[in-house]
Design a protein around this ligand. Structure first.
Ligand SMILES: *Cc1c(COP(=O)(O)O)cnc(C)c1O
Length: 433
């Protein structure tokens, strides 16, 4: 399979090139030239196949012959090496728990898949690649963990000092080896601005080979389809599920819609957003307006102008009606998010994190208007990652999983830096020597 750039249909690359480059020129995104429908036999056998077998069949056409089958099989097995349970929470509502990976956030799957693909591709290139990424919290930990110890790949992560949770900071700063954490005296927006400036700097791109690891990268975006097949594998109702996806940059939701285009039975999708409602606004009015991001409790979804919006349009040939047929948007306030965490904890004895609470509430509202339907909401982070919010809301403790407890005995190791693109450039230039 080949990929074209959303900025220039004649710019065509393989999966390998798309993975190494990350973004297409002029800020284009790579998109598959054709969407391969899965055979009916695949769906007949879905419930009897292992998650490894399913994942391999789903991703293989997207990778094509850029990775040998046996190697891809191995990559996929390592990528999905933990549980993705579907848990009944309340009447007709099920949580797909995506937080059982090493950093307790759903981004682990994409980061683990991408890091192994990039490591494989770089074996045959005689230069090192530097993955440069800005994080508001979850991306950094998943990327650090996924790339830890991968030969030929250096990782530099920028995070805003004092603005990520203590657990998130430990996940970024305690690994060492090929992972470097830059603690920036500024905001997440500053970090992103610095990273963008580095990517467009000519002297830097001559001196070293830079790439990104956010959901713009096809190798991080596409494996997220697995969740939706894993959910369906555990689905026991007759009617296909409504699926609610807590969304920020819209990589995850677009992966779900890709799974649907491959043939996965889904009744309807929900774009569950916090106050950052550019996409729900578009779904309602047909007019898209990017906005500055506003800070909310579900901070991994504080995105005012989602990168993957262009992919949403491509998935349905820019046809608003086709998109509206399968997708409804909701915007959930912080007040409602808190109330939802409280209610679901009290009434259903289930502890949501703020992102899961947004997707739960949006699903509940949709189901109220569509009696007789059943649905799945994605729970994208373990509540302990947001314990400062969650513990105040429920006025109780969040049990700390073993993997997190171990972090508290490790030593933070970061390099502090002013929020200056020049300083970042100087730092990267020094490493290129
Ligand atoms: C990144 C993230 C999201 C948003 O996912 P997108 O693919 O950017 O829409 C939701 N929840 C959590 C916990 C996240 O870390």
């Amino acid at each position: 399979m080949l990929y074209y750039s959303t900025q220039d249909q004649s710019h065509i690359v393989t999966f390998k090139e798309a993975t190494i480059r990350g973004q297409a020129p002029e800020r284009g995104l790579y998109f598959p030239q054709t969407i391969p429908a899965l055979p009916a036999a695949f769906f007949d056998g879905l419930k009897n196949n292992s998650k490894e077998e399913i994942a391999l069949q789903v991703i293989q056409p997207f990778v094509g012959d850029t990775i040998q089958y046996a190697i891809l099989k191995n990559i996929v097995e390592k990528t999905v090496d933990f549980d993705f349970p579907l848990v009944e929470v309340s009447d007709s509502m099920y949580a797909l728990e995506l937080f059982h990976g090493p950093t307790l956030a759903f981004k682990d799957v994409g980061a683990r898949f991408m890091s192994q693909c990039l490591g494989y591709f770089m074996q045959h290139e005689h230069k090192k690649v530097t993955v440069l990424v800005a994080t508001s919290g979850d991306t950094g930990g998943a990327v650090a963990n996924g790339f830890y110890g991968v030969d030929g790949v250096d990782v530099v992560i920028l995070y805003p000092s004092g603005k990520v949770s203590s657990i998130q900071e430990l996940q970024l700063t305690t690994l060492g080896k090929n992972i470097t954490a830059l603690e920036i005296d500024g905001t997440f927006d500053d970090c992103q601005r610095m990273v963008k400036a580095a990517f467009t700097d000519e002297a830097l791109s001559k001196a070293l080979f830079l790439t990104s690891a956010n959901s713009i990268n096809v190798a991080r975006w596409l494996p997220q389809q697995f969740y939706y097949f894993f959910a369906y594998r555990q689905w026991e109702h007759k009617n296909p599920p409504v699926i609610s996806v807590p969304s920020g940059n819209f990589g995850n939701l677009c992966a779900g819609l890709m799974a649907y285009r491959l043939g996965l039975p889904v009744q309807h999708f929900i774009a569950a957003c916090n106050a950052n409602d550019a996409v729900p606004g578009y779904l309602q009015t047909g007019a898209y307006a990017a906005k500055p991001a506003v800070a909310t409790l579900s901070n991994a979804m504080d995105v005012g102008d989602p990168s993957n919006f262009v992919r949403l349009l491509r998935l349905f040939d820019n046809n608003l009606l086709s998109i509206q047929n399968i997708l409804t948007g909701f915007s959930i306030s912080d007040e409602t998010t808190k109330r939802t965490i409280q209610e679901v904890y009290k009434e259903e004895n289930y502890l949501l994190d703020p992102h899961g609470a947004v997707s739960y509430k949006a699903l509940q509202q949709y189901l109220q208007e569509h009696a007789g339907s059943e649905g799945i909401f994605l729970e994208t982070a373990h509540p302990v990652k947001f314990y400062d919010v969650v513990e105040t809301v429920i006025a109780g403790d969040v049990p700390i999983p073993k993997a997190v407890q171990a972090l508290f005995s490790k030593t933070k190791n970061s390099i502090t830096m002013q929020a200056s693109s020049e300083d970042l450039k100087a730092f990267l230039m020094e490493r290129a020597k």
